[in-house]
Design a protein around this ligand. Sequence first.
Ligand code: TRP
Length: 340
Amino acid sequence: MSESANTTRKKRVFSGMQPSGEAHLGNYLGALRRWVGMQDEYDCVWCIVDEHAITAGGNPAEMPKNVFDLAVSFLAVGLDPEKAIIFVQSDVHEHAGLAWLFNAVTPVGDLERMTQYKDKSQHFESIPAGILNYPILQAADILLYKAEGVPVGEDQRQHLELTREIARKFNATYGDTFPITEPLIDKNVGRIMGLDGEAKMSKSLGNTVGILADADRVWERVRTAVTDPQRVRRDDPGRPEVCNVFSLHGFFTDEATRADIDTRCRAGTIGCVDCKRILADNITEAFAPYRERAAYYNANPQEVRRILDEGAEKARVIAGETMDEVRQRMGLVWRTQLKD
Ligand code: TRP
């Protein structure tokens, strides 16, 4: 390897996931599996964003377990503390600190235009400022580490656009400090639809299945999945192209079997229950190694703790440097006016 190739810095990427316990199929297909694959090529920072999870309150009694369980899922699928920084947002106080400073360069109008804000705010009579300011904290997450890329789903594109705007505005006002981060959106994976076939997979909608579920639990959930609504009787001809179960086969089932299911579904010679059975079995088998690793971490919680402690320590070093620079640029350095 040439000298320059040797010293070329890997690009840094940052991504975050809210802690709602064990990761589910949507988390895995839409994010985690991709994160795992990035760990050799990029300098990766993976964060459990518990401070995002409390922007509208949340349940304090459930939070510690939700954070721990998501950490176990991270480690089970192969996020690797040897390769990446893995930590919990609230362990690194600079996230909230930088978010406060970014208030100065974020127009309220931009926040009010966010579609997620518009959706979420409808559920409140009195809207918590947290859900309005949510994208400011997200920008702080990313820019604290000067991340050049952020692997996210299409639903986060607008938040990333705002992150870029905040960086531009900060740089223009206080001097060049932050990169203009690229959203790394996986074009091959669209929205992962929930088992109800109606909405994006999400734990709060109850339309998903946990990645650490055993065979019985997987079957229990997959059995309920909505298929082609025009298929009422077992021998009605089906349309795989509109069937969410068939699209999930795309992730777990080999091509020959998929072609066979396709043919038999259209001919009405395989029923939805049999088709779901194959999917459930394949999901169970694909995730078997993750269940095994999760069992190890659940039996050794101190190891999870050590990994997250070390992750936070590494994160704090980078975050601290960025904050020093930002405070300098914003003039939050009163000692410099002392003449000695
Ligand atoms: N808003 C993201 C989501 O709901 C989670 C998140 C918080 C995030 N901070 C981040 C994602 C920083 C990427 C980068 O999925």
